[in-house]
Structures are given as structure tokens and as C-alpha cells.
Design a protein around this ligand. Structure first.
Ligand code: ZN
Length: 312
């Protein structure tokens, strides 16, 4: 039976100083830090998760902040642009807010929608678009009310080394539907109301290099553990080199690199970020996976202190 993902689960990127990361995604964009943990493969480094009030799939951006790492180059084999969706009518608010923080932006139109495009402090390419889909984000910060707050991902623009193959994988493996073609872009859609619009740039450019300011991978949604196991078999049957299932505490994950060199993950919606904290306290304490709990004192000493703060 043909499978389809409902959309983006999360996007993970490499950035620089963790406080600059928190200041931008919480302080400027007004997202909630829904989990403060460490990189499970490198516990001396944070793994920070930002999303909507509930930390729901389709809203989650995650970061490995490496203050001393080399800068990467955004290019083919990566998610090139991460798109955020805001309620219809919120664009003027965001223009003013970006200007207030001296963040330069440009406005561009594609597929009949206006996109506000800007970079984060470490060079990640972001954009904001008004969309009807998704539920309002009740996490308020500063003067960002639910009427203007980022609801989650609108989607992403993929820069592929082999765009035809990437589109084929999105359609034939991930189950997205091709819905448009404009200039050098093909637009695909998944079934969720958020994190569901993927544009693929069909003209390859420069090869990207991994480092600060680049996306590491994009994760797609699986309904539950049973669906996840089915995805693993399904993607293997479709010729993808899929990893074992890895326990990421807040979801299970499998990975494969598609033919356009972009690292794909498939992640389960459950258990989510209230797994080891309450919905009210999510993101307020450093949470460690069980194997690192005995090193907590040392890790808390070595990790740079970070805090969510008002910047104005
Ligand atoms: Zn991931």
C-alpha cells in the first residue's frame, strides 16, 4: 500500500553561540524553547528545540549550537530555506519587528504568495509567509500575540544535487503530491495543515558544505511506532539506505540520504516533548537522557549558561 507522510516533523540545523540562537528564535521570532537537552552523540553540546506552545510536530526547529565550529555554505544537498507560517494579516507586524531588531529582509513573490526573507544571526535562510492553515500559537512573548505569532513551518525550499530524483523520492517514497511549477521551482504538498508545502529548486547550483548556518536534516512525520516500522521497511523496499531505529527520547528516528544528497529523517509524532517535563514546564530545565544523568554536574558546569530574555 502506498504510504504518505503528513508533513514536516522537525528541521535540525547547525548554528553558533547558543545564547545568540536563543535570542533570535525565542527573543525575536517568539518561539517557545520546548526542550533544552544535549546532543546525544556529543553531550558537551546543547541540543535546543523551539516550537509552538505545545511543541507540536510541524513547528519544531532544533539546533546544535557549536560556537567554535566552521561556517558552512548553504547549497545543494541541503534544505536551503526554512519557511515559517504566520496568520493572514500578520505580515506587517513581522516587517516592523524585523526592522526593530535591525534584521534586513527582502520581499519576494512565488506561487502567488508574498515571502519575507531574511537570515538568522548564523546565516540560516528563513522566510515568513501568511497562511490560512495551522492552528494559532498561544505561546506569547513580548508583544507577539496569538494573532501574529508564528504557527509553525509553512514548509521548506530544498536545494538538491539531483532535483529530479529528489522530487521522485518526495512523491514515490514520502507520498507528497506535486501541485505546481513556477520558474525553477516545483511545489509539492503533504496532507497536514502545517509544515506541508515543499518547493524544490530544479536548477542545481553550488554544492553546500555542512557547518554553522546550514540545515543538517529535515524530518518527516510518522504517526506512531507501528507506522514508523512500516516506514522503515517501505523506504528500504523503495531502495533507500535506511538506518536502524534510534530512540531520541521525544520521538523515534530513522534516517536516509536521498539521491539529491539531502539527509531525510522519519520521526514519530509521539511521545513528544511533555515526555519528561509537564506541558507547562517544558524547556525550563536541562533534560538529559538516562545515560548522561550521572554526568549532570559536570555537563551543567561545562555547558554555556543560556536564558530566554526580552531584547527590547
Ligand atoms: Zn532530527
Amino acid at each position: 500500500m502506498k504510504k504518505h507522510t503528513t508533513g514536516i516533523h522537525h528541521i535540525t540545523a547547525i548554528v553558533g553561540h547558543p545564547q545568540e540562537n536563543v535570542d533570535f528564535y525565542a527573543g525575536v521570532l517568539g518561539l517557545r524553547i520546548v526542550k533544552k537537552t544535549v546532543n546525544f552523540d556529543d553531550p558537551e553540546t546543547y541540543h535546543l528545540y523551539f516550537g509552538n506552545e505545545g511543541g507540536e510536530p510541524g513547528t519544531i526547529i532544533t539546533f546544535f549550537p557549536w560556537p567554535a565550529a566552521y561556517k558552512g555554505r548553504v547549497g545543494d544537498g541541503q534544505v536551503g530555506v526554512t519557511t515559517y507560517a504566520v496568520p493572514v494579516g500578520a505580515m506587517n507586524f513581522w516587517k516592523k519587528r524585523l526592522a526593530k531588531f535591525d534584521i534586513s529582509y527582502t520581499e519576494n513573490t512565488r506561487f502567488g504568495e508574498i515571502y519575507l526573507q531574511f537570515d538568522d544571526p548564523h546565516g540560516l535562510q528563513l522566510e515568513i509567509v501568511e497562511r490560512e492553515g495551522g492552528t494559532k500559537n498561544r505561546w506569547t512573548f513580548g508583544d507577539i500575540t496569538a494573532d501574529v505569532a508564528i504557527k509553525g513551518f509553512g514548509g521548506a525550499v530544498l536545494y538538491s544535487s539531483n532535483p529530479e530524483e529528489t522530487v521522485k523520492t518526495l512523491v514515490e517514497v514520502m507520498g507528497l503530491e506535486t501541485v505546481g511549477h513556477e520558474g525553477e521551482l516545483i511545489r509539492l504538498q503533504a496532507t497536514a495543515s502545517i509544515g506541508n508545502i515543499i518547493d524544490v529548486k530544479m536548477m542545481p547550483g553550488n554544492r553546500g558544505t555542512m557547518g554553522v548556518g546550514t540545515v543538517h536534516h529535515i524530518a518527516w512525520r510518522a504517526i506512531d511506532d507501528e507506522d514508523h516500522k512500516a516506514w522503515q521497511r517501505y523506504a528500504m523496499d523503495k531502495g533507500q539506505h535506511v538506518t536502524d531505529i534510534k530512540n531520541r527520547n521525544y520521538f523515534n528516528a530513522i534516517y536516509f540520504r536521498e539521491a539529491g544528497d539531502i539527509l531525510f529523517e522519519i520521526a514519530t509524532d509521539p511521545p513528544g516533548f511533555a515526555h519528561d517535563e509537564t506541558p507547562e514546564t517544558m524547556g525550563s530545565h536541562l533534560k538529559l537522557p538516562i545515560q548522561y544523568e550521572e554526568y549532570r554536574d559536570r555537563l551543567e558546569m561545562s555547558l554555556v549558561p543560556i536564558k530566554v530574555r526580552e531584547l527590547d
